[in-house]
Design a protein around this ligand. Structure first.
Ligand SMILES: O=C(CO)[C@@H](O)[C@H](O)COP(=O)(O)O
Length: 251
C-alpha cells in the first residue's frame, strides 16, 4: 500500500498544501541524509526525478537508488518519471517503495499524433499504463511538458483515473531553470474544473513565483534550487507553504 494522500480540509477550496523538495538539487552522495533533513525541516514529500538520458537529455537515478533510500526513509516518495518507456519500470519502482508514479503523457502517446488527439476520449495505451501502476500498488500521477495542451489530460481526470496532475513549468531535464507563467496557467484550467484535484507544479518555483502558481490553483509545490540551494532550507519550506496557504480561500 502506498502512503496516504492528503485529504481535503472542509471549508477550503482546494486540497492541503504539500511541499516537495526536489532532491535533484541535493548532493546525491548524501541523498539519505539530505532526505532526512528535508523531512525534519518540514517537507511533506520527497520529489525524486528519474531521467533516462533519452526522454530528456540528462541521466539521474533509478529504482536501485530509490530502493536504497527507502531503507533510510519512511517519507512519501513522489517519483517523476522522465523516461521513454514508463511501463518498463513500474514493477521495479513499486518494489523500491515508490508512493507516487508520475509519467509523461508524451512518453505514451505517439509523438506525431499528439496534436491531433482528442481531449474527449482516453487513449488505450494511457489507460493501460494507469491500470498497471495502480495494480502495482502506487498512486498515479500524470504530467505534461510546457508545450503539450492540458486538454489531453481531461479524459483521465474526468474518469477519476489519476491521483495527481503535475504541470511542468520548465522544460523537463534540469533544475535551476526559469519559471514559465504561461505553463502554470494550465493549473487554472484544471482547478476550475476539479476543485479537489491534487495539482503539482515543478520547475523554477521559488518565493517569487510560487504565488503565481498558487493563484492559478496549484497546491503541491516542487522546489529544488529554492529549497536545497537556500541558506536556510527550513525557512524556505515555511515561506513557500505560507505563500500557498494565503491564496486558499476559506469561506
Ligand atoms: O523535474 C525537474 C526538472 O526536470 C525539477 O524537479 C527540477 O529539479 C526543479 O528544480 P528547480 O527548478 O526547482 O531548481
Amino acid at each position: 500500500m502506498p502512503r496516504a494522500l492528503p485529504t481535503v480540509i472542509p471549508g477550503r477550496d482546494r486540497p492541503p498544501t504539500v511541499i516537495c523538495p526536489s532532491m535533484l538539487s541535493s548532493d546525491f552522495a548524501r541523498l539519505a541524509e539530505e532526505s532526512q533533513r528535508m523531512i525534519e525541516l518540514g517537507a511533506d514529500w520527497l520529489h525524486l526525478d528519474v531521467m533516462d538520458g533519452n526522454f530528456v537529455p540528462n541521466l539521474t537515478i533509478g529504482a536501485p537508488i530509490i530502493g536504497c533510500l527507502r531503507k533510510h526513509s519512511d517519507a512519501f516518495f513522489d517519483c517523476h518519471l522522465m523516461v521513454t518507456n514508463p511501463k518498463q519500470w513500474i514493477q521495479d519502482f513499486a518494489k523500491a517503495g515508490a508512493d507516487m508514479y508520475t509519467f509523461h503523457i508524451e512518453s505514451v502517446l505517439p509523438s506525431g499524433e499528439i496534436e491531433s488527439l482528442s481531449s474527449e476520449h482516453a487513449h488505450p495505451a494511457v489507460t493501460e499504463l494507469i491500470t498497471l501502476i495502480r495494480q502495482a500498488g502506487m498512486h498515479v500521477g500524470i504530467t505534461l511538458k510546457p508545450e503539450t495542451p492540458v486538454e489531453l489530460l481531461f479524459p483521465y481526470v474526468t474518469a477519476g483515473l489519476v491521483d495527481m496532475v503535475l504541470v511542468m513549468t520548465v522544460k523537463p531535464g534540469f533544475g535551476g531553470q526559469k519559471f514559465m507563467p504561461e505553463a502554470a496557467a494550465k493549473c487554472r484550467v484544471l482547478r476550475d474544473k476539479w476543485p479537489h484535484l491534487l495539482i503539482q507544479v515543478d520547475g523554477g518555483v521559488d518565493i517569487n513565483t510560487v504565488a503565481t502558481a498558487a493563484v492559478f490553483g496549484a497546491n503541491v509545490i516542487v522546489a529544488g534550487t529554492a529549497i536545497l540551494g537556500a541558506s536556510d532550507p527550513g525557512e524556505a519550506i515555511s515561506t513557500l507553504r505560507a505563500a500557498v496557504d494565503k491564496t486558499a480561500v476559506v469561506p
